[in-house]
Design a protein around this ligand. Structure first.
Ligand code: UD1
Ligand code: UDP
Length: 357
């Protein structure tokens, strides 16, 4: 049987892989081996997604996290190479743009194992973002490039992928598949006591958290929105928790621990506005008909800005506060099926099956 080795390690990758893994099982003809790098390791950043979303238990569990980017990526590269030599997959499947993505793709490419990349072609055009470096390099060494959007396909065309012996396909976004599939499982976070009207916020990107000035501005903005507009509910990423404490900042909003996907879907469904710097959460706001204010200078999901669903405000306190006031309570519609309508995972698996013949 055609053998695929899937490499995941960070929270959004568990969610993306859950729907593809399910489609692999339903389609048949592929043996999937699951490798977890260990990049995310807290129970509420990892195990909870395997349990809720029915992701097969990893066949290979590495324990690599923390350290510098180079150190983390290098250690993953060495250990993934060993796993690939042992399990001899016909193809490697990677997701998104984390250090686990790049390490997995590079380990495979060096062993001449073909790589399929889910979420290919996204660009922020900001090379200071670790994610931008990871995704550009991963695309370069992949031969099946599964793009979520028209813009992603265009980005690859501009970079000359039309002339390479690889396949670029617009398949839609697996995160929409997940949102549609699991929406009915929505459940309020335990110990909740959530106000009738609230704003959902998430914050973790290195470009914000690792820059003291940006982080302080965002903290001040969130505090102000919480006081003036509506209560802000913020499931706090461990990275942000550490840095806020190191910087001596005080976040006076409703802080909760990171939640599982079913709880997140509930929060998305019940909130009045999403304030975020997450890639995935920007789209999920849209899937749940909620406006989004994005606390970044660029976004890879430009179609949301063009559609008037998402406002990009950077890390400027005033701009965040004003955009929150403008957008709270507004409703947003997915008129154009920007993300494929929930068929992405099956399209990906059909291609994988074809490539394996
Ligand atoms: C990573 C990805 C980012 C993605 C995010 C999803 C890279 C370069 N970045 O960022 O693109 O948006 O995942 O959430 O790959 N930590 C814990 N417990 C955990 C996980 C992390 O304490 O379960 C701590 C780590 O020890 C580290 C910090 O959080 O100190 C950051 O973790 P790391 O995986 O390096 O990067 P993320 O910010 O999570
Ligand atoms: N998410 C979650 N619980 C949380 C915060 C986020 O389940 O407490 C989900 C969110 O709904 C989305 C994914 O995690 O599906 C996004 O991951 P994250 O924001 O960490 O990373 P990014 O998308 O920015 O890479």
């Amino acid at each position: 049987m055609f053998r695929i080795l899937t490499i995941i390690g960070a929270r959004p990758q568990f969610i993306k892989a859950s729907v593809v893994s399910r489609a692999i099982k339903q389609t048949g003809g592929i043996e999937e081996i699951m490798l977890h790098t260990g990049q995310h390791f807290d129970a509420n950043m990892s195990d909870i997604f395997f349990n809720q979303l029915g992701i097969p238990k990893p066949d290979i569990q590495l324990d690599i996290h923390g350290g510098s980017h180079g150190e983390m990526t290098g250690r993953m590269l060495a250990e993934i190479e060993q796993a690939l030599l042992e399990h001899k997959p016909d193809r490697v499947l990677v997701y998104g743009d984390t250090n686990s993505t790049l390490a997995g793709a590079l380990a495979a490419a060096k062993l001449h194992i073909p790589v399929a990349h889910v979420e290919a072609g996204l660009r922020s055009f900001n090379m200071r973002m670790p994610e931008e470096v990871n995704r550009i390099l991963t695309d370069q060494i992949s031969d099946l490039l599964f793009c979520p959007t028209t813009t992603a396909v265009k980005n690859l065309e501009t970079e000359g992928f039309g002339h390479k012996p690889v396949k670029v396909m617009q398949v839609g976004d697996v995160m929409q598949d997940a949102a549609l599939l699991f929406a009915e499982k929505a459940v309020a976070p335990a110990g909740g006591d959530f106000p009738e009207k609230f704003i959902l916020a998430t914050l973790h990107r290195a470009e914000n958290t690792d820059n003291p000035e940006r982080l302080a501005n965002i903290v001040r903005a969130l505090n102000q929105v919480h006081q003036d507009e509506a209560p802000v509910v913020l499931p706090l990423h461990p990275r942000t928790r550490k840095l806020i404490s190191q910087q001596g900042l005080k976040l006076n909003v409703k802080l909760i621990e990171p939640v599982g996907y079913f709880e997140m879907v509930w929060l998305l469904d019940h909130c009045q506005l999403v304030l975020t710097d997450s890639g995935g959460v920007q789209k999920e706001a849209f899937f749940f008909g909620k406006p989004c204010v994005t606390m970044r200078d660029q976004t890879e999901w430009v179609e949301l800005v063009d559609a008037g669903a998402n406002e990009l405000v950077g890390a400027d306190q005033q701009k965040i506060v004003e955009a929150a006031a403008r957008n709270v309570g507004r409703s947003v519609e997915d008129a154009d099926q920007l993300y494929g309508g929930g068929e992405a995972a099956q399209r990906i698996v059909d291609e994988l099956v074809m490539a394996g013949r």
